[in-house]
Design a protein around this ligand. Structure first.
Ligand SMILES: NC(=O)c1ccc[n+]([C@@H]2O[C@H](COP(=O)([O-])OP(=O)(O)OC[C@H]3O[C@@H](n4cnc5c(N)ncnc54)[C@H](O)[C@@H]3O)[C@@H](O)[C@H]2O)c1
Length: 359
């Protein structure tokens, strides 16, 4: 089978990681990439062989491409995706699919009209610890899922907060920090529905506003299955972790201090808790460890697959299987839309001081 021809738009923080991860894949080759920052483009070219463009529109019409990976700031996802679809290319768009639900709907419509597939970059679904956790849930290992929760609280005070710029989230709309509800919580909104095999019915929450002072963010999601999802974020304070707590990370990934390479000691590695009627899972998604607790005690689950950043290659290979072999689309654009609908409902709930029904 010929390698899938991939073009990347945006070689910033995550685009450069996609590029590096794809190099290890035998299923895809990056034929071209577009980046408006000449220094970033040059730095990537020094390490990888691809045709470089400053203008992504030229790349879309000038190259033989199977899949365009959109890794630009969030507010540009709609324009890049629609241009790629109109040029006849399948699209893998990074999370969040867009800033607003209306944009996401237009993206899905444009891809349908052009007869191309819109894949949603729900990278958490590719992390080995999360995949193994879902397999255990599906096998019934923890019974009925009752509660899923994640929290990221810490930082170095308000000055140390890593705010996403207005290029990502326009001033006055939803936004905030890279470890907040919008930019990070969107992963969990999707992952909780996937883990519990349910959809969100009602929400109550509070998210930060781009350009405004920070406050603690939270989201309560009532799933149709009866499960509760809970997210809590605040990165303009300090952590409460004690010196003896933590673990060595077996994968790369992001924590509240930024991108962390594998092998480092982390005092508070990101983790997701899933509590069921017959057991519970503690998922260290980036540190690549998984623990199952039930009536027989706690044990570590052996993991297969590629931890971060290899999960970016696993994701694009999943797209390749759909495009080349007709395999079912693992995460369609509609999943990105559904996550945004939950987020928008959360903002509405706080404004209106009530629980809001999603769709
Ligand atoms: N899946 C994950 O784990 C993960 C992690 C980090 C970021 N992200 C997502 O990836 C996307 C990008 O985030 P980032 O942190 O890499 O942002 P970034 O700001 O570091 O990088 C974006 C890059 O896009 C370039 N760019 C902007 N407009 C462009 C255009 N018209 N043509 C070509 N290049 C253009 C910028 O110059 C910049 O280099 C966001 O949607 C973000 O939420 C996902």
């Amino acid at each position: 089978m010929a390698k899938l021809k991939v073009a990347i738009v945006g070689l910033g923080g995550v685009g450069a990681i996609h590029l590096e991860a794809y190099r290890a894949s035998r299923a895809v080759e990056v034929v071209a990439a577009a980046e408006i920052d000449p220094a970033r483009l040059q730095a990537a070219q020094a390490r990888h062989d691809f045709k470089a463009y400053a203008d992504y529109k030229e790349m879309l019409t000038g190259e033989s491409i199977d899949l365009v990976v959109v890794a630009t700031p969030v507010s540009t996802h709609e324009a890049v995706t629609i241009a790629a679809a109109k040029a006849g290319h399948h699209v893998l768009c990074e999370k969040p699919l867009a800033v607003e639900v209306a944009q996401a709907k237009r993206m899905i419509k444009a891809c349908k009209a052009a007869g191309v597939t819109l894949f949603y970059g729900a990278t958490y679904r590719q992390l080995p610890a999360l995949r193994a956790a879902r397999d255990l849930v599906v096998q019934g290992a923890i019974g009925e899922v009752r509660l899923m929760r994640e929290q990221e609280v810490g930082g170095t005070g308000p000055e140390g907060r890593q705010i996403m710029g207005f290029a990502h989230y326009p001033q006055g709309g939803p936004g905030g920090s890279g470890f907040g509800l919008v930019d990070h919580g969107i992963h969990l909104i999707d992952a909780f529905g996937w883990l519990s095999r349910s959809t969100v019915e009602t929400v109550f929450g509070r998210g930060n506003i781009s350009g405004a002072d920070a406050f603690p963010e939270y989201l309560l999601m009532n799933f149709r299955s009866g499960a509760l999802g809970h997210l809590l974020y605040e990165d303009s304070t300090f952590p409460t972790s004690l010196p003896g707590e933590g673990m060595f990370s077996w994968g790369a990934g992001w924590d509240i201090n930024g991108y962390v390479p594998p092998g480092l000691w982390q005092s508070a590695p990101g983790c997701i808790h899933v509590h069921g009627s017959r057991g519970a899972l503690r998922i260290f998604h980036y540190a690549n460890a998984l623990f199952l607790t039930d009536k027989d005690g706690t044990r570590q689950i052996e993991l297969e697959g590629r931890p971060a950043p290899g999960h970016f290659a696993a994701q694009v290979e999943s797209c390749a299987r759909s495009i080349q072999d007709g395999a079912p689309v693992e995460v369609p654009g509609e999943a990105g839309l559904a996550a945004l609908e939950v987020l928008e409902a959360a903002y509405r709930s706080f404004e209106e001081k009530r629980m809001v029904t999603v769709r």
